[in-house]
Design a protein around this ligand. Structure first.
Ligand code: AMP
Ligand code: MG
Length: 392
């Protein structure tokens, strides 16, 4: 049995970023940037008006002053107008600032009188003018390689004229659920059988990481079926197998993988739940064997599979989001493995929910955060603890 840290290090050493791709901006949403991006243009790209109003020379303005309106500058094409003291140019939001102008008076602050306006306010230089480059300078870094592309990131790239973005590689994944007792939801169940739920759990988690799940199979606990399913599974970048990872007579995943030439790097990790976790490689395929108990599959996915997928997709941050919270109960770990306690973070407080056993799917379904309690650690109610947030 190895430590979680060692398992994570071994896995991350074994997997590598996949080849980058260029795609349309919107398709890049939630992917990781494949390169550093720098501003091609300053933002704004020219001095312009922040309001509908009048472009003026501030020093010639003041409450009660009359100005002659000599032209109009809409947003769009620059009409190359010039304004002098005593004059005003009708202007609209986003329109280029006429030469000579250094301020905009809002239209609400003037009284229009034919070809003239009367100012109802004093005017300071720079008022309602958006200066070229005040938001972003040309050449400034706007997106780092490995950073996640969010809606505002796509907008910023678009504002720079980029129609496409380079993103990290696509992770092509297969999932195999093993177990003679498993029945597909929607079908009839007999005494002793259970509905299979890990494949949807793992598909959901994988999709949230951005992996492309291309194949999902059920497989009974017999060596021939398993051999055939594994042969198909290892054609993908990542194969996740659920169940059959322990030491019972029906747990044949490890030996079948070996018979297909797999190199098993990890089997059994000091983590609760999830001890029988396995990681190996066959050719270019990274193989993750997760315990069949749903909570074990969930925890080992988040701790070991997720960071590997993210690394393959080119991400820099491989950690789950963290948040501090006030613990509501005492918690002690007197076992020999770090314990991931499932619970609910609400209003800054964390309380464990449901049964803390590896089959207890209902409790898991009510939780949104994990608290890792180290071996020998004793936490007291009221303490501030660091959580891993897996939802929200
Ligand atoms: P195993 O790891 O195969 O020994 O399975 C451990 C426990 O998880 C058993 O109670 C199984 O019935 C259950 N289990 C295994 N695979 C699944 C699955 N795909 N969906 C739901 N429960 C499962
Ligand atoms: Mg089984």
């Amino acid at each position: 049995m190895i430590s979680e840290e060692e398992a994570r290090r071994k896995i991350l050493d074994a997997v590598h970023p996949l080849p980058e791709r260029r795609i349309s901006l919107l398709s890049g949403l939630d992917c990781f940037s494949g390169e550093d991006y720098f501003a091609r243009l300053p933002l704004p790209n020219f001095d312009n008006s922040a309001m509908d109003g009048y472009a003026v020379v501030a020093t010639s303005c003041g409450t009660g002053v009359r100005l002659r309106v000599i032209g109009e500058q809409p947003a769009g094409l620059d009409r190359q107008l010039r304004v002098s003291p005593g004059e005003a140019i009708r202007i609209f939001t986003g329109a280029p600032l006429p030469a000579g102008a250094d301020a905009i008076v809002m239209q609400e602050d003037v009284t229009r009188d034919g070809a003239e306006i009367v100012l109802n306010v004093d005017v300071d230089p720079g008022e309602f003018v958006r200066k070229r480059g005040c938001d972003l300078a040309k050449g400034q870094k706007i997106l780092a390689k490995g950073e996640r592309i969010r809606p505002a990131t796509t907008a910023l790239l678009a504002s720079q004229g980029f129609a496409e973005v380079t993103i990290g590689g696509e992770v092509d994944m297969a999932i195999i659920s093993t177990g003679d007792e498993l029945v597909k939801p929607g079908e009839k169940i007999k005494q002793g059988q259970i509905y299979e739920s890990n494949s949807v759990l793992l598909q959901g988690l994988a999709q949230r990481c951005g992996a492309s799940v291309r194949s999902v199979e059920y497989c009974p606990d017999d060596r021939d079926s398993l051999t055939e399913a594994l042969k198909r599974g290892i054609q993908h970048d990542v194969l996740i197998i659920s169940g059959g990872m322990s030491v019972g007579e029906h747990d044949m995943v490890q030996s079948t993988l070996r018979s297909l030439g797999a190199k098993i790097d990890i089997w059994r990790v000091a983590i609760k739940p999830g001890k029988p976790f396995l990681f190996g490689r066959v050719d270019k395929c990274a193989v993750f064997g997760l315990p069949g108990n749903p909570v074990s599959a969930f925890i080992t996915f988040l701790q070991f599979v997720r960071p590997a997928i993210l690394k393959m997709m080119g991400a820099i941050n491989l950690d789950l989001p963290a948040a501090p919270a006030r613990l509501v109960v005492d918690l002690i770990n007197d076992g020999d493995r770090p314990h991931y306690v499932r619970g609910k973070l609400e209003d800054g407080k964390f309380s464990p929910v449901g049964r803390q056993e590896s089959h207890a799917l209902f409790g898991l379904s009510q939780s949104n955060a994990l608290l890792r309690v180290a071996v020998g650690e004793s936490l007291k109610a009221g303490e501030i603890v660091d959580l891993q947030i897996w939802d929200g």
